[in-house]
Design a protein around this ligand. Structure first.
Ligand code: SF4
Ligand code: SF4
Length: 82
């Protein structure tokens, strides 16, 4: 999963780009649900949120390291294909 750091300026451009609806507005900044973020595996070659974020505040979440296989399995699970 990726994560959004406190450098987020609440610009709202990432939220509609997420194919998994993993991004939502939190209490102070936007947040990513690690149960839904596949790092865009299954949908796109690159994480779409990272592509659009104007302040580059969406790194890998060190608390949720995942292999490509695990990300693909998550994609299948949440898209109802597993
Ligand atoms: Fe959504 Fe993809 Fe960003 Fe994860 S990497 S939050 S799936 S847009
Ligand atoms: Fe925050 Fe970046 Fe998303 Fe804008 S694109 S809401 S700055 S995480």
């Amino acid at each position: 999963s990726l994560m959004i750091t406190d450098e987020c300026i609440n610009c709202d451009v990432c939220e509609p780009e997420c194919p998994n609806n993993a991004i939502s507005q939190g209490e102070e900044i936007y947040q990513i649900d690690p149960n839904l973020c596949t790092q865009c595996v299954g949908h796109y070659d690159e994480p779409q949120c990272q592509q659009v974020c104007p302040v580059d505040c969406i790194p890998l979440d060190p608390a949720h390291p995942e292999t490509q296989d695990e990300l693909h399995a998550k994609y299948l699970r949440i898209s109802g294909k597993a």
